[in-house]
Ligand binder design. Structure first.
Ligand code: ATP
Ligand code: MG
Length: 354
């Protein structure tokens, strides 16, 4: 068993574990046409993004599926007052995408704030979902718990509907995302279904494609997140990577084993090694065995630094060309606007509005 086949073990922490019987989760990319996924421009991408979704985006693009990437800049102000250095973060996301292998000539990379027709879809979509349904979303609840806000804004509460607009404006049918996105995708599918039933069949019900690491943990053994100070970024240098991994939470049991449910911190480091070396996490754990947390962390550092070396080299080269990064966004925004204008016209016709 390699890291790839350890999916169910890694995601056993969720009651939404991948299942081919679950229509929300695709078992493969077969039969799908267009992917959309995205990231908030709140900071540089980390290993959770890479193994949770970015690696899959690149693989699917190479298989010939059309790739759309939304830089979700309005989503930044869901859990903070201001979008701090948002343009700079957006450019750095483009940098991370290109360094990871996304082909900008074939992908559409855009910021949703620059696509007015996309945002207008949110109004009819809001009418298709109830407040009770929105308030049950477990990811939003978790994000509210970690947010820096004293109160919950209307945008925080309704951003899964905005995300439905991100997905449905381009009629994406496959979404390679981490586990935290599954409740949002369920909202999108509900909205698509209700729109199709109430007006005219226009929208697909997109499916999630989960990776081998749908929930990579950070150095504090909680979800690795840009905003929680627990991430190892793709662009970090080798010494910083070593320092961060040395500080990762493990446990007191000296013997290393792979058991994500009872030993989340240790198992996450084992999984990280397995992902970087394309190996079975149980075999990795066995090899380290009585070497303890110190050996586990040393091995993880070497594995991550070695795996990311080519990506980091490309990233450093591309970082010098800010004009290229901006150009990728301008082109992507123009393409996204053309698609969104077409979809909005279809929606207005379906609804019988002017
Ligand atoms: P923030 O803290 O600002 O919310 P984030 O680290 O959660 O940042 P997002 O931009 O919210 O990152 O998420 C972008 C994509 O990356 C989503 O598809 C999400 O599922 C995926 N992702 C984020 N963190 C992880 C993780 N730790 N493991 C697997 N996938 C992840
Ligand atoms: Mg997030």
């Amino acid at each position: 068993m390699t890291a790839a086949s350890a999916v169910s073990a890694a995601s056993a922490v969720s009651d939404a574990a991948p299942s081919t019987a679950n229509p929300l989760i695709a078992s493969s990319a077969e039969g799908h046409r267009r992917i959309l996924t995205g990231d908030r421009p709140t900071g540089p991408l980390h290993l959770g993004h890479y193994f949770g979704t970015l690696q899959k985006r690149v693989q699917l693009q190479r298989q010939g599926i059309e790739l759309m990437i939304v830089i979700a800049d309005y989503q930044v102000i869901t859990d903070r007052d201001r979008a701090d250095r948002v343009a700079e973060h957006a450019e750095n996301l483009v940098l991370d995408y290109l360094a990871a292998g996304v082909d900008p000539d074939r992908a559409t990379i855009f910021t949703h704030s620059a696509v007015p027709a996309l945002n207008q879809l949110m109004l009819p979509f809001l009418s298709l979902i109830s407040v009770a349904e929105l308030s049950r979303n477990p990811t939003v609840k978790d994000e509210i718990a970690h947010s820096r806000q004293a109160t919950v804004s209307g945008l925080m509460f309704t951003y899964p509907v905005h995300q439905a607009a991100d997905l449905l404006f381009c009629k994406a049918d496959l979404v390679p995302v981490g586990q935290d996105q599954l409740p949002h995708l369920e909202t999108t599918r509900t909205i698509a279904r209700r729109f199709n039933d109430r007006y005219t069949p226009l929208f697909p019900e997109p499916q999630a494609l989960l990776s081998e690491a749908p929930l990579l943990l950070g150095t504090d053994a909680g979800k690795m997140s840009k905003s929680r100070g627990n991430a190892i970024t793709l662009g970090a240098d080798e010494d910083e990577t070593a320092r961060l991994l040395r500080g990762a939470v493990t446990d007191n049991d000296r013997y290393i084993s792979y058991d994500p449910e009872t030993r989340p911190g240790v198992s996450n480091l084992v999984l990280l090694i397995a992902l970087c070396q394309d190996r079975d996490p149980h075999a990795v754990a066995e090899e380290i065995g009585s070497g303890g947390a110190a050996r586990l962390k040393r091995t993880a550092t070497e594995a991550v630094n070695e795996y990311l070396r080519p990506l980091r080299t490309r990233r450093a080269e591309l970082a010098a060309d800010r004009a290229l990064l901006r150009e990728v966004l301008h082109t992507g925004n123009a393409r996204a606007n053309a698609i969104a204008d077409r979809t909005l016209t279809e929606v207005r016709t379906a609804m019988g509005t002017f």
